[in-house]
Design a protein. Sequence first.
Length: 215
Amino acid sequence: MKTIERTRKPIRTFHPRRGRLSGRHFDALDRLSERHGFTPGDAVDVLEIGSGMGEATLEMAATDPGRRYLAVEIHTPGVANLLANIEQHGLTNLSVVSVDALDLCREHIPDASLDAVHVFFPDPWPKARHHKRRLIQPVHVALLSAKLRAGGLLHCATDDLGYAESMLETLTAEPALRNRFDGYAPRPQSRPVTKFEQRALAAGRTPADLMFVKS
């Protein structure tokens, strides 16, 4: 009797969250998903993984019109909100897609093509048994590093102290990257303060930034 080999499903680094959609959000998804979405082969300069409600991505793209930004977010209200704001602000250098960012990188982002990858406040998966789900771990960092051009930037931020320490150790161990600073980076003005970060600060959690460049 033949045995059936089962392909192990990849461990996801995210947990889809439900959220209410307003009429504005439904309209944005219906009208704008194709116009401001991503098609394989589209050029991308800056990849934003986990854009949330999109405030930071929108501001960075608006102040950096010479580069093409792609926001990846699996939370539908966040995608819808960013689509609506792209139209409202008339941006032409920002797209958004709702997929697994790692799958996107493996299948559709060419090696040595990105100026920057941003990973701001990813799920810290604080329980030890869930650490395997963290986005910043060696195999994923190697993938993201491969997509950066020489001199490209991998910029991470987190308000979870344990995750920050793990990030620093993991990024330092990646041979293709070098730290721009001695340990954590000073908070860069280029990363906008979001409502999420404001809540972290109000709760007494100080975010840590890590900025590593492709050598």
